[in-house]
Structures are given as structure tokens and as C-alpha cells.
Write a protein that binds this ligand. Sequence first.
Ligand code: FAD
Ligand code: UDP
Length: 400
Amino acid sequence: SLIVEQAGARRQMPADRQFPRTTRLGSMAYDYLIVGAGFAGSVLAERLASESDLKVLVCDRRPHIAGNAYDYHDAAGILVHKYGPHIFHTNSDDVFSYLSRFTAWRPYEHRVLSQVGNLRLPVPINRTTLNALYGVDLRSEADAARFLSERARPCDPILTSRDVVISQIGPDLYKTFFEGYTRKQWGLDPSELDRSVTARVPTRANEDDRYFLDAFQAMPLEGYTRMFQRMLDHENITVMVGTEFADLDRKGLARHTIFTGPIDEYFDHRLGSLPYRSLEFRHETHDVRRMFPVGVINYPSEDVPFTRVTEYKHLTGQVHPETSISYEYSRADGDPYYPIPRAENQALYKQYEALAREHDDVTFVGRLGTYKYYNMDQVVGQALATYRRLVAKRGVTGKL
Ligand code: FAD
Ligand code: UDP
């Protein structure tokens, strides 16, 4: 049985963390099947395997671990992110210290410039942006705040991604920086998107040009994939990449499934399809040391087909005579990358969530599994909370 197989290998754990092995179903090969080896799946695999000493099978349809955070050395030997720029930032001590078990860090504060005509201007919009764009000389935060409030158009209530920007900075700046970018990125006008989308990008009256203000801003020193390898490197974890959930013979495989793919896919779209936005990337290497002054240039104009370009050496700090960049094109079809935050989609997700509650053999987690526009740190926090909930549930019901 499993218990005999594992007896020699089991580590000492606090009693309250030990699962009652004697109640386990001896016929199952694994305690957990985890679908997806991104942050959601890998954090849960690590916790269940190392903290609770459970046997976990992780599968991912992609030929690699790390989900959307996957990075690799390209043909030139430059560390790039296959699925676009991933910058780690968080205000959570818990999340940062948890991940720090699996990686050292390189401090990195992300900066973005937006290409407006011939100008490259800081985004989030700050005092420097205003002075350069309008040829004015706003000298203090109060000056800049006044300048913005004179342009702002009050909206009540603030419901959409258009409302939230117009009410802060007015129609001109909205059109210049947000309207075209958002239409390209989502295939929708900002007035058709929940306010939370553009609210991710603030406006500042000072000269702080950092994209994020979080307490912790850093990149995994040897890259994301290396960090994931360390998380998943455990005797209780088996990883199968290039493996579709639907292709697994699940008879006798695991007592419980954790699904981090699209929740509507799990249920065969039976309530209808949840919309996701997809991306396409064009990667290039150039024979120069550096192409851009910062890691990412945004292109808000609808005349330009891509939304942003990333030069990875800024993010990673790698020293190399050449440089690799990627262009990001937004797509309606293809792999799901973004849930699309708007009321009707949320309503459909809620129906799937209710359906999920009727199934106690599966737990949904992650950006696609819970249809939430989450950053990496939020997914890690959600996965850690899910682990605690699974442990607590087992305490009450005696089964996990
Ligand atoms: P994923 O990483 O998507 O992992 C899910 C995995 O499940 C995938 O690998 C998929 O192949 C697999 N899967 C799905 N269905 C199946 C199936 N049926 N069978 C087998 N396998 C399956 N966050 C930040 O904090 N900072 C950033 O700078 C940042 N930049 C981003 C840039 C882009 C372009 C994108 C798209 C996202 C960015 N994010 C960023 C968000 C970050 O990618 C996510 O928060 C995080 O990767 C989500 O982790 P996850 O495990 O939920 O999902
Ligand atoms: N956005 C924009 N112009 C910009 C940057 C962002 O209009 O220069 C809007 C756009 O709708 C985008 C959203 O703000 O999808 C969130 O931006 P963020 O950079 O957080 O997007 P992500 O990195 O998640 O793709």
C-alpha cells in the first residue's frame, strides 16, 4: 500500500499537520491530482507534499513547468519570458517569505515608458509626463494635482474602465494613454470593461516613475523556472508535462483534483464559454547591448499593432553583448491568458462557482480556475489560503 511504500521516507511533522493515513483509500495512486504547474498548482503541490506529506501528481499540457511565468535561455543565451514580462511585486510578507524558500532575489524596480508620437513618457502618468507632454513647468505635487483636477470630469457612479480614468485625468489624457491601448488589449472599449482593469494603473502628481510601489519588488535571481524546479523537487511530487488532464486515465488515480485551468473547460462549457483574452508573442534578438532605456515600452496608439515591447535584460540584470525583446499582440483566440473583467462574465463565472460547490472531489484555484485578474503574488496568496482550507476541512470531516 501507499503507507508501506512511504513509511521510510516520511518526515517528522507537527502532529496537527499529519493526515490520518489509516483512513486513506489504499487503491488510489495519489492523494492529489493537480492540473497546471503554474503558481497555483506548484504552490499547492509543494505544501501538500512537504508540509502534509501527501502524494501529489502534477500535470500540465505545456511542455514545461512554471505556467505563464516560464522563462528560459533563448538561442543567444539570453534569459527571456516565453509569455511576456513577469515582474514580481507584493506587499505581503507571507508571500514573499514563502517564495524566498525557493529562490534568492535580485532587487528590480520596473519602469515603463509610453510611446506618444515621438515622445516616450513615463507611465503611470506623473508630473514628468505632464510637463513633457504639454510643455508646461509644473513644479510641485500641488501644481500637478491642480493641473489634473482641472481636466478631470467627475463621473457618478464610477463603473467602467473609462469612468475611472476620465474622472481622474479627463478625456485628453484618457485618449492619449488609455483608450487605444485598452481597445487593442481587450478588443473592447474601456466603457465596456469593469473599472478594476484601468484602475490597476494609477496617476501620480509626483515624479515617482516606478510602475509598482509595493514593499517587495524583485526578480528571482536565477529566474522563475529555477524557482519552480525547487518547489516541485520533492519525493512526494510527480510531474508530468505535455499531459492533458482529459487524456489521463483517472480511475484509481487520485482522491481529489485541484484544477488551475479554465473552470468552464473543466465542466465542458456546459453553462456556456467564459471569455478569455489571448496573446501572441514575437521574440527577437538584436546584435546590440541595449535597445530601450527601460524594460517595457507601451504603445497606446491603435496605428501600432502591438501593445508593448519588453527588453528582458532590464528585468534580469543579465550582462550579454546582444539583447532579446518581445512584441506583444493581443488576440481573441488562442491560449487563455486573461479573464475579461465585466459584469456579464462575472455573472457566468458565479454560475460555474456554484456548480463547483456541488462537486466535492475538485477544488479550483488560480487565475483561470477562479476567473480573477490576479497577479502572481495574489495567486500565491490564494493557493496558500486554499491549502489552509484543505487542511482545516480534513480536520472537520476526517477526509480531504
Ligand atoms: P497559469 O500560470 O496560467 O498556470 C496554469 C497552467 O495550467 C498552465 O501552465 C496551463 O498549461 C495548465 N493547464 C490548464 N488547463 C490544463 C489542462 N486541461 N490540462 C493540463 N494542463 C492545463 N503577474 C505579476 O505579478 N507580475 C507581472 O508582471 C505579470 N505579468 C504578466 C504578463 C502577462 C503577459 C500575463 C499573461 C500575465 C502576467 N502576470 C503577471 C500574471 C501571472 O502570469 C499570473 O498571475 C500567474 O501566472 C497565474 O498563475 P496560475 O497558476 O493561476 O496560472
Ligand atoms: N493600460 C492602458 N495604457 C497603459 C497601461 C495600461 O490603457 O499604458 C490599461 C489597459 O487596459 C491594461 C490595464 O490598464 O490592460 C492594466 O495594465 P497592466 O499594465 O496592469 O496590464 P498587464 O501587465 O496585466 O497586462
